[in-house]
Design a protein around this ligand. Structure first.
Ligand code: KE4
Length: 434
């Protein structure tokens, strides 16, 4: 791996222009130390930085790039759309097309609204749940991240957990007072909350498979409690599938888990790497959204022609080629197996949690099932793992509390190179000596 002098120079200037030199804290390397790498381009499963260094990319823009960077069908669709105009602030037929693709892919979604980010999708979904039920309390779970919505920036995951600010300054006590934070996978805790507050609870919002404390899988009792208690108490069950939607299966985590939520939020893949997200679900709830109903939500660029074109091309490619998910399963299982073997051979206390092509290698003493167990992970060791792989041309998530993503563009060689690089890191003096 060569010099990163050009990257460092650009980042030095960036810090004078933008807070922390980044436009999102997740990419600030706060969880691994050192400075972010500045990239010039991506192609397939690879990124190239300003200094010409090439990496196998397992961040994939934090999830959207399931087809890999610059997929020809997506690039062509964007080019054709942009030539017809970038935004009209008026309906286009493409919005129907994308809405139809989403509704066909996710059976619990009968009606959908397109927005510009996952944060907008979750913010809108909880406002809608409150408007629909006339209730105020929202339940979320520690280590789950739903974007930077004031009322959900409580015990948040992702970069909030990475940078140790799960409760952000600026979120008022008044805003947070109607948010109950429980432990993930704690069915008794959820039952107790409903026993105490049942008829005040507007919604439960949950990552059905967590990505934002690292990858964590729900246990059957917790899943049953989520669906059963919300049903019994008339609360809205919101699956935040911004990350898992179209990722762990074409129908999302709800297809894998066999649980139908009332509302689903989507993002990342649904926009094909452009700023587009969505929320949708039961038509009787969605019809409360303005102008059909009275719950306000709006957006200048919502459903704009270029982002919808990228989303349509991506969902069509995935829908027309279900074999993509079979390949993702095969190469992701191989990667997980290879990483486990390398870590075991090095005598490292670790665990891997994987659902399809998203997974996390935890340097943690016990299996990770919730935020308390995730927070015991050895983040310093993860940082040495991250940088050891960077030096060997592999770009893993820059935090122990994030998921890695495999794309359809990752080759068998990429996977084997990654496994070999990890084995070399685990045996290297700089990793073992610390
Ligand atoms: P955005 O507002 O960043 O598009 O989406 C927020 C969001 C909502 N729900 C879930 C389950 C999410 O994972 C996210 C965003 N994920 C992070 C990475 N874990 C985005 C990276 C970043 O913040 O830069």
């Amino acid at each position: 791996m060569g010099s990163r002098a050009k990257s460092a120079a650009v980042f030095r200037r960036a810090k004078e222009l933008m807070p922390g030199g980044v436009n999102s804290p997740a990419r600030a390397f706060g969880g691994v130390g050192g400075e972010p790498i500045v990239f010039a381009s991506g192609k397939g499963a690879h990124l190239t930085d300003l200094d010409g260094n090439r990496y196998i990319d397992y961040i994939g823009s934090w999830g959207p790039m399931i087809l890999g960077h610059t997929h020809p069908r997506v690039v062509a669709a964007i080019g054709e759309a942009v030539a017809r105009g970038t935004s009209f602030g008026a309906p286009t037929a493409a919005e129907n097309e994308l809405a139809e693709l989403i509704i066909a892919a996710v059976p619990s979604v009968e009606m959908v609204r397109l927005v510009n980010s996952g944060t907008e999708a979750t913010m809108s979904a909880i406002r809608l749940a409150r408007g629909f039920t006339g209730r105020e309390v929202i339940i979320k779970f520690a280590g789950n991240y739903h974007g930077h919505v004031d009322s959900l920036l409580v015990a948040a995951g992702s970069s909030a957990a990475t940078l140790g600010v799960p409760n952000s300054p600026g979120v008022t006590a008044g805003t947070g007072k109607d948010t109950l934070v429980l432990q993930y996978n704690d069915a008794p805790g959820l039952e107790a909350a409903f026993a105490a507050h049942g008829d005040r609870i507007a919604a439960v919002i949950v990552e059905p498979v967590v990505g934002n404390m690292g990858t964590v899988i729900p246990n059957p009792a917790f899943l049953a409690a989520l669906r059963g208690l919300t049903q019994r108490h008339g609360a809205v069950l919101i699956f935040d599938e911004v990350m898992t939607g179209f990722r762990v299966a074409f129908g999302g985590a709800q297809q894998v888990l066999g649980v139908k939520p009332d509302l689903t939020t989507m993002g990342k893949i649904v926009g094909g790497g452009l700023p587009l997200a969505a929320y949708g679900g039961r038509a009787d709830i969605m019809r409360h959204v303005l102008p059909a109903g009275k719950v306000f939500q709006a957006g200048t660029l919502s459903g704009n022609p270029v982002a919808t074109a990228a989303g349509i091309a991506t969902l069509r490619e995935l829908g027309e080629h279900p074999e993509i998910y079979a390949r993702l399963e095969t190469i992701s299982a191989r990667l997980a197996d290879g990483l486990t073997h390398a870590a075991t051979a090095a005598g490292l206390s670790h665990s891997i949690t994987r659902v399809g092509s998203m997974m996390t290698l935890f340097f943690a003493p016990a299996p990770v099932v919730d935020w308390p167990t995730a927070s015991h992970a050895d983040t310093a060791r993860y940082g040495r793992y991250f940088w050891g792989l960077i030096d060997r041309g592999v770009y893993m998530p820059c935090s122990q509390f994030e998921a890695l993503f495999v794309s359809a563009a990752h080759s068998d060689e990429d996977i084997e190179q990654t496994i070999a690089a990890a084995a070399a890191v685990f045996q290297s003096p700089e990793f073992t000596a610390a």
